[in-house]
Design a protein. Structure first.
Length: 172
């Protein structure tokens, strides 16, 4: 059985390899520092029977963007700088890729963003895709490319809440 935990020192960060040097290095060298500095939170996906081994991870942070960066449909509703949530990084260990763990992490991030949105205002959830293959993956969840930066993707808060409702409220 898999579960999410906040990254802590008991997790085997050095043993994680997703095949992307930058994502591996972030987990090994910066994730815990960013936590201590309050810059982001890293959540790890682990197996119940071996909770020290990281199957995957993602980070969440709050950031600000100008309304003009949004697609026109949304930009006209807002003015100035807007608060938002962002998936800073998302990675799955090589041996577990293509098993649906990325989807679990995105849904877990959505659950957390809905909880955040109940306490602070945010316009939505953002993610930067590293290439068009990753972009296509995020598009399946309803993310929308930003007009001037097609690899920067936006999931409006209304869509975030709908996904949450569809996934979690049906189970109640």
């Amino acid at each position: 059985m898999i579960r999410f935990e906040n990254l802590n020192r008991s997790h085997n960060r050095a043993g994680f390899d997703c095949g992307n040097k930058k994502l591996n290095e972030f987990l090994n060298n910066l994730a815990h520092q960013n936590l201590k500095k309050g810059l982001s939170r890293t959540f790890v996906l682990v197996e119940k029977n071996s909770p020290e081994e990281i199957l995957g991870y993602y980070t969440l942070a709050i950031f600000e963007l100008n309304a003009e960066k949004l697609p026109q449909k949304f930009a006209k509703k807002y003015k100035g700088n807007l608060p938002a949530a962002k998936i800073g990084r998302l990675a799955v260990t090589k041996v577990q890729q293509k098993q649906g763990l990325g989807k679990h992490m995105i849904i877990n991030a959505i659950k957390r963003v809905v909880a955040i949105s109940e306490h602070i205002g945010i316009v939505g959830l953002f993610v930067d895709a590293k290439d068009n293959i990753v972009k296509d993956y995020y598009l399946k969840f309803g993310f929308i490319p930003l007009p001037d930066h097609p690899l920067e993707l936006f999931l409006p808060i209304e869509t975030v809440k709908k996904i949450y409702s569809d996934v979690f409220m049906d189970k109640v």
